[in-house]
Design a binder for this molecule. Structure first.
Ligand code: TYM
Length: 340
């Protein structure tokens, strides 16, 4: 259950590290739009550029990718009037609260993060300190707004558990009930979109195989080619989901279809049971093109007006700061910082 003492507020972020995928769209962005439109929440969405630089980013690419991500948010349905939309580095309160949390979180907690282990791998000595501390900044992103709900894909679950641990330890250490214990929102058919070439691997922008993913910038042709070439098996679609437990590629395409059509995976099977993949992939390709091609077209249009994108980000940052500033000031006060 979410903390009821706090205003219902949604926060989530996406790294502007280039190459938004169908996984980012179905697992995150589309859910952000749903929560924005559902009402009942204030919604805050962020391009987390300070997170992106925990691994090397070319400065010009980082700027381009931040603007492209902003265009992606808007093209997918985020309304910068309804939601607060901005890039993290324009709201310094994130990094300031992040420092306090560096002093709350324990080394052991950070060392257990699977994303740290995956990204740093055997070369941890050479990874940046920022990459190790990353989850404390992520906790600050959320808690500097007293956010109560955080929509994310499955791969962020552990980071959100850590966010809850940091909030609880801060509250406990200082004897306050200041930070909410934020609720992860990991729901729907596409919380973990898998590679089109290997149903046991997450679809990711860092996979060297371009055919393994659909990018949000892909045009209709590229989308349908990638779906037609996706790995499958020779069996027809079954009538029950349990029969897909041992068929990860088939299960992934059913989940993608369900998320795009906004129906359950079982409803997809009800409609397509008995179909061979040649046929199902045609239906999926038509659906994906209908849903995604207008987004990539709109992104390209928005990208032509960089000044307008920068204006939206600046305005979003101003609104975000108005919420974050008093919360940071109270946190400083609780910790014992003199503010004259
Ligand atoms: P990032 O930038 O890697 O991914 C952004 C969002 O996309 C989701 N996602 C997926 N969902 C389903 N299937 C996939 N294959 C897939 N790939 C990515 C992610 O789960 C995420 O929701 N640490 C975060 C960014 C972040 C953040 C935050 C999120 C920073 N501060 C505060 C929430 C709240 C990250 O690296 O996401």
């Amino acid at each position: 259950m979410a903390d009821t003492k706090f205003t219902p507020r949604v926060f989530s972020g996406i790294q502007p590290s280039g190459g938004l995928t169908l996984g980012n769209y179905l697992g995150a962005m589309k859910r952000f739009v749903d929560m924005q439109n559902a009402g009942g929440f204030e919604t805050i969405y962020c391009m987390v550029d300070l997170h992106a630089i925990t691994v090397w980013q070319n400065p010009n690419d980082l700027k381009k990718n931040t603007r492209e991500l902003c265009a992606g948010f808007i093209a997918a349905g985020i309304d910068p009037e309804k939601s607060i939309l901005f890039n993290q580095s324009q709201v310094p309160e994130h990094a300031q609260l992040g420092w306090l949390f560096n002093c709350v979180a324990r080394m052991g907690w950070m060392g257990r993060m699977t994303q740290w282990k995956d990204k740093a791998g055997k070369n941890a000595e050479n990874a940046s300190l920022g990459l190790f501390a990353y989850p404390a900044l992520m906790a600050a992103d959320i808690l500097v707004y007293h956010a109560t709900h955080v929509p994310v894909g499955e791969d962020q679950k552990q980071h959100l558990e850590l966010t809850r641990d940091i909030a609880a330890k801060f509250n406990h250490d200082f004897g306050v009930e200041f930070f909410p214990i934020a609720e992860p929102v990991i729901e729907g058919a596409a919380t973990r979109v898998m590679s089109l070439k290997d149903g046991t691997k997450k679809m990711s922008k860092s996979d060297p195989a371009e055919a393994s993913r659909i990018n949000m910038t892909d045009d209709a042709d590229a989308i349908s080619k990638k779906i037609r070439k996706a790995k499958t098996d020779p069996d027809p679609l079954p009538d029950s989901l349990t029969e897909l437990d041992t068929r990860p590629e088939a299960r992934n395409l059913v989940n993608i279809y369900a998320a795009l059509a906004e129906i359950t995976p079982q409803a997809v099977l009800d409609q397509h049971q008995g179909a061979l993949f040649g046929h199902f992939k045609m239906a999926l390709s038509d659906l994906a093109v209908a849903k995604l091609a207008p987004i990539s077209t709109e992104m390209a249009r928005l990208m032509q007006d960089q000044a307008e994108i920068d204006r939206i980000l600046g305005r979003g940052a101003e609104r975000a700061r108005a919420l974050a500033t008093p919360i940071l000031a109270q946190a400083y006060d609780i910790v014992g910082m003199v503010r004259s």
